[in-house]
Design a protein around this ligand. Sequence first.
Ligand code: PMV
Length: 323
Amino acid sequence: MTDPDAPIPARGLPLSARAPGKCIVFGEHAVVHGAPELLFAVDLYTQVFVRAAEVTRLNADPEASSRNGYFRAALELGWPAGPPVDVRAVSRIPRAAGLGSSAAFASALAAVFESARGGTTRSALAQRSFEIERGAQGVGSPGDTSAVVGGGYLAVNGGAGEPLWTVTSGDQRWVVRRVADPGWVWVVAHSGIPRSTGDAVRAVGQRLARPDGPEVLAQFASVATEGIQAVGRGDRPRVAELMRRNQELLREVGVSHPRLEALLEAAAPVAEAAKITGAGAGGSIVALPVPGKETELVRRLARAGGLPFVVRPAPEGAALVES
Ligand code: PMV
């Protein structure tokens, strides 16, 4: 295992890099508005292979930069005056599922570009990866991109100790800290319903602009603040209780979906808790299995129509794959 805080070294093309996906335990949506969030990098990866070429292409598609906003933003922000590049991307992270496929793609590609431009620090990579994702999505927080750059468990706008980095956008700033890994196994299940993160974030923004919005946001913040502490001390019963409260708040702001509710119901008998993870309105749920019941949980979620994965934290964030 490499040092998860290691900088990105200078290398020449051809280059390859990979980045993990992510799973949000507490605070999605509210983090966009400055509240705390807890998330971890998951051991499903996107890997990119980049070499100099005559024409810029992504997976053999020369039109990809007009079709794919993440690719376009990565080229514009990360490779502004660079020569054409042929990029191949392979991923085990399901797309549009709330598991960080776009953050992983953005940060793996940014790691290659930064390396080819002379290397960079991990905190600069976190900022750049966020700018790429936000450039493509138009809205959002740096939670996802920080998790896939940092690896392990991270708190945004919460936790204790020295910050790993601070990410900014205009007047907004998010402070990112490491949280100790409690050593738990999680189960994530994709509902199969694709959705747009940008649309869900904008809808929740409108909901939070209503008169009771500040009160709802304060409840999100208090659940996530306590959740960060509870994960840090490995307190499963408290984490489970807070996940249930977080799920109620996500229902309240309108991002649940009948298919997600069906998965939560299927998980209930063998999970200490389960909730939406990511933007919702489709996408995925995350469950904390009753110890020893992981396989049964996976079976129940599959029977309820989900695509389940057992996930563990990926200790290492985005990194070059040296051959
Ligand atoms: O795109 P997703 O489903 O991984 O969701 C990201 C989490 C949000 O808080 C909804 C948005 C954000 O950028 O933080």
